[in-house]
Design a protein around this ligand. Structure first.
Ligand SMILES: [Zn+2]
Length: 177
């Protein structure tokens, strides 16, 4: 499933939301199956994403239903990743932040110490969990070290020795634009 990953930047893709089209979720490709049903919803079965929609001819409707599902999954998985980061970074006594999930086109995340807020890019839900965990930890550490200075990278390296490989994977295979 992972073999021939298409590395076209995700935000430059023009999806048609047709059966057979490939869509990413947590770093893997899934083949879309579109059904016309009274109730909308999305489910995953093996290597397929089943997209149930009211109107299978409306691109906007299909895009919306799939997008809402991505947002639901992102909320669960990102909250988990932030909780893991808090445990990993226990010596820093980090608190649970206010999490916002936005679709950003130039960065994976952001941290606002002033508002105790972490912003994570919705597009992360299409990348492997190890990448989501890395970005969650990276952004959480900005509460302690707001800048990318030596202390920041020292702490990051101590808590996640392979962070660079995770970052490279994001930049190589999951570019946004
Ligand atoms: Zn940073």
């Amino acid at each position: 499933m992972f073999g021939n990953l298409d590395t076209t930047p995700e935000l430059l893709k023009q999806y048609e939301f047709k059966t057979g089209e490939k869509h990413k979720y947590l770093g893997d490709y899934y083949s879309l199956t579109v059904n016309e049903t009274p109730e909308t919803g999305v489910s995953i079965a093996q290597n397929r994403i089943i997209l149930n929609v009211n109107d299978s001819r409306s691109l906007k409707h299909k895009e919306f239903v799939l997008d809402m599902w991505y947002r639901e999954q992102a909320r669960d998985i990102f909250v988990d990743a932030l909780a893991q980061a808090i445990v990993k970074a226990a010596p820093y006594n980090l608190n649970v932040p206010d999490l916002k999930i936005y679709r950003l086109d130039s960065r994976w995340g952001a941290c606002s110490p002033k508002y105790k807020r972490i912003i994570l890019n919705l597009e992360l839900i299409k990348t492997p969990k190890e990448c989501i965990e890395y970005i969650a930890l990276h952004e959480m550490l900005h509460f302690t070290y707001p800048n990318h200075n030596l202390s920041f990278y020292g702490a990051l390296g101590n808590l996640m020795s392979d962070w660079k490989e995770r970052e490279d994977l994001l930049n190589r295979k999951y570019r946004l634009t």
